[in-house]
Design a binder for this molecule. Structure first.
Ligand SMILES: CC(C)(COP(=O)(O)OP(=O)(O)OC[C@H]1O[C@@H](n2cnc3c(N)ncnc32)[C@H](O)[C@@H]1OP(=O)(O)O)[C@@H](O)C(=O)NCCC(=O)NCCS
Length: 207
């Protein structure tokens, strides 16, 4: 198991077992999600989706994509019987070797401001590095948080894979209120098929 240390002082990474990445702060830990995290992830995303902050995801969708997620938790104290407390989650969707996207990042309101969001980002950066992906994008209404994590504002037209995968099917296509941000060099190519019928709409957006 590779243990990666975040900027904060580390604690011994004795639990949980056999996960490829684990980053620890004095009281919090981020690690790749496993299927048993799916119910917690689903409940958190549903809560923010009900407030209109995140896109909803079904439990089936979370289970199917659980390997995209990392979770942040408060580890159980040594000798205590209580299980680690789930605080938040985030996902890294892989488009290909040129591009990944941060999605569904959230921390329960009661646990905001403790550094959990930053730990989640560190976990997602570690995942991107593990896959040798150097450009990460995201779409957000809170750009200041992500600017602190090294992201800068970009044009979504520079990310045709995102346009083809999601934007062209989005009801907010012509009135998108999210800010596009990237971290790392813009990809020089796209993976998705520009000859699909939907791709013709790209002409309208980018032209
Ligand atoms: C965004 C979110 C994940 C941040 O989690 P968090 O645990 O409170 O963040 P942290 O405590 O790690 O904060 C890290 C830094 O970001 C800053 N920050 C936190 N939330 C911020 C916000 N909404 N806007 C700007 N800066 C923010 C903190 O002040 C801190 O700054 P510092 O580095 O100067 O100390 C959390 O507020 C959340 O779940 N929001 C609702 C869901 C959401 O909007 N997700 C983003 C969808 S794109």
């Amino acid at each position: 198991m590779t243990t990666i240390t975040g900027s904060a002082p580390t604690v011994a990474a004795a639990t949980p077992p056999a996960l490829p990445i684990q980053i620890s702060a004095p009281t919090l830990r981020v690690r790749p999600a496993v299927l048993t995290d799916a119910a917690n992830i689903y409940a958190l995303i549903a809560d923010y989706a009900n407030r209109g902050t995140l896109l909803p995801r079904s439990l089936a969708e979370v289970c199917e994509n659980v390997r995209d997620f990392v979770v942040v938790e408060k580890p159980e104290e040594a000798g205590a019987e209580a299980r680690a407390e789930f605080l938040g989650c985030g996902a890294l969707h892989l488009y290909g070797p040129h591009l990944a996207e941060v999605r569904s990042i959230a921390v329960w309101p009661a646990s905001k401001g403790l550094g959990a969001g930053r730990l989640l980002m560190d976990g997602l950066f570690a995942e991107a590095e593990r896959h040798s992906v150097h450009c990460i994008c995201l779409f957000t209404r809170i750009p200041d948080f992500f600017a602190r994590q090294g992201f800068s504002v970009a044009n979504k037209e520079e990310l045709p894979d995102k346009l083809l995968k999601d934007c062209l099917r989005c009801p907010k296509l012509d009135c998108c209120d999210e800010i596009t941000m990237i971290r790392g060099p813009l990809p020089g190519f796209a993976m998705l098929d520009r000859d699909e019928p939907d791709a013709q709409k790209l002409v309208r957006i980018t032209g």
